[in-house]
Design a binder for this molecule. Structure first.
Ligand code: FES
Length: 143
């Protein structure tokens, strides 16, 4: 085979091999390093009916992809905070006996406004605004 044809065949084989390797490696890399997809941001959620919650009780509701804690402190008094502990992201819960929010992971306490009372959390829980629309409780992010 003449030298010119040989180099063309050699070049085509190298290119084919490179394309084959790329076709295996590229999908594997895309799988290992997925593209960042921004999380849909939620600013407001319907947390249920007023009658779903007894006075002096709390319940976890879904606020976007994270949990929120809705507390019914009085007949017409509702509070809501992020249910994600600011220490190591455990889910907090309302303790009706102490009227406080408790993180079981490291025995931390917050008041119902999310302020740290004791334990290792470095900061308060994010507070949300609560409105009652008709018989429904609506939680929203503060502006
Ligand atoms: S995770 Fe809540 S106190 Fe540690």
């Amino acid at each position: 085979m003449p030298e010119g044809r040989r180099s063309i065949v050699h070049w085509l084989l190298k290119g084919g091999f490179t394309a084959s390797v790329a076709s295996f490696v590229y999908p594997a890399l895309r799988f290992m390093i997925p593209p960042s997809i921004p999380e849909a941001s939620v600013n407001e959620v319907a947390a249920g009916k007023i009658t779903d919650l007894k006075v002096n009780s709390g319940k976890i509701v879904k606020f976007g992809s994270r949990p929120a804690l809705l507390i019914r402190a009085g007949e017409t008094e509702f509070k809501a905070v992020s249910a994600v502990c600011t220490h190591l992201n455990c889910t907090v819960q309302y303790q009706d006996a102490s009227h406080q929010i408790w993180c079981a992971c490291h025995n931390a306490f917050y008041d119902t406004n999310g302020k740290v009372l004791s334990g290792p959390p470095p900061g308060p829980l994010e507070e949300f605004t609560v409105r009652v629309r008709g018989d429904e409780v609506v939680i929203s992010k503060r502006a």
